[in-house]
Design a protein around this ligand. Structure first.
Ligand SMILES: *Cc1c(COP(=O)(O)O)cnc(C)c1O
Length: 233
């Protein structure tokens, strides 16, 4: 059974309080970190709850799942793709999503460019970097980041807002924190070498939000802490 709206509101208050506490602890302005609710594997109600509470964008992992929810949600809702993207889905994604956080190789950037251009859209993107060098995670390596950036900058219908990473799962919180610091430094290097501004650092999830905020996250992507576990029996 999916949670009630009241339970969602309670969870949301807790998550917002943790974000605020982490902002304060790291000397950052209140409100400098945005919350992206992650609705994957949950019914469309998860997105409806978010919208009703004033959170106007959600993150989804799978293209097909997101497309079917879009029909049932408010047309003002924003949809961000945070999961791996096959280039054969690029057309739908370029047409229907508001931003793609998972651009991890040149082929994907070029496919999105082609279809965004055909649809006469400008599409916001983040480059996904495997900053923790985790063999289980997708994302360009830190070494590949510069080449990927160069390619993405050449795509006139893509607007590169910043970088995204998923930290390795590890009992030691220092591992996630080092990954987040590495993403921030990668962003700083790319800004300096390409003379661009990359304001968005999408990093931190339910289990590692605080470390991410301490290292400069501007957007945390939170599923479990808002909606509970995803494994429905
Ligand atoms: C599922 C997912 C999240 C949310 O994870 P939780 O641990 O449930 O908060 C965040 N980012 C990505 C890319 C995800 O796939």
């Amino acid at each position: 059974m999916f949670i009630s709206y009241q339970e969602f509101e309670e969870n949301l208050s807790r998550v917002q309080a943790s974000i605020l506490a982490a902002e304060q602890k790291s000397g950052r302005l209140a409100g400098s970190v945005r919350l992206l609710p992650v609705t994957k594997n949950h019914p469309v109600d998860a997105a409806l709850y978010a919208f009703r509470s004033g959170l106007k964008s959600v993150g989804e992992n799978r293209v097909q799942e997101a497309l079917s929810k879009m029909d049932d949600a408010d047309s003002a809702m924003g949809w961000e793709l945070i999961g791996p993207l096959q280039s054969n889905k690029a057309k739908k994604v370029a047409e229907c999503f508001d931003r793609v956080q998972s651009v991890d190789r040149a082929k994907v950037a070029k496919a999105l460019q082609r279809y965004a251009s055909e649809a006469e859209r400008n599409l916001g993107v983040l480059l996904q970097i495997n900053a923790g060098a985790d063999p289980n995670k997708s994302g360009a390596s830190l070494e590949e980041a510069s080449a990927l950036m160069e390619c993405a900058l050449g795509q006139s219908n893509l607007k590169i807002d910043g970088l995204m990473t998923i930290a390795p799962l590890d009992d030691d919180p220092a591992v996630a924190r080092a990954c987040f610091a590495a993403l921030r430094k990668c962003r700083d290097r790319l800004e300096a070498s390409f003379g661009v501004i990359l304001p968005e650092l999408s990093m931190g999830m339910s289990g590692d939000m605080e470390a991410a905020i301490q290292e400069g996250s501007t957007m945390v992507r939170v599923g479990t802490a808002l909606y509970g576990k995803r494994d429905y029996a």
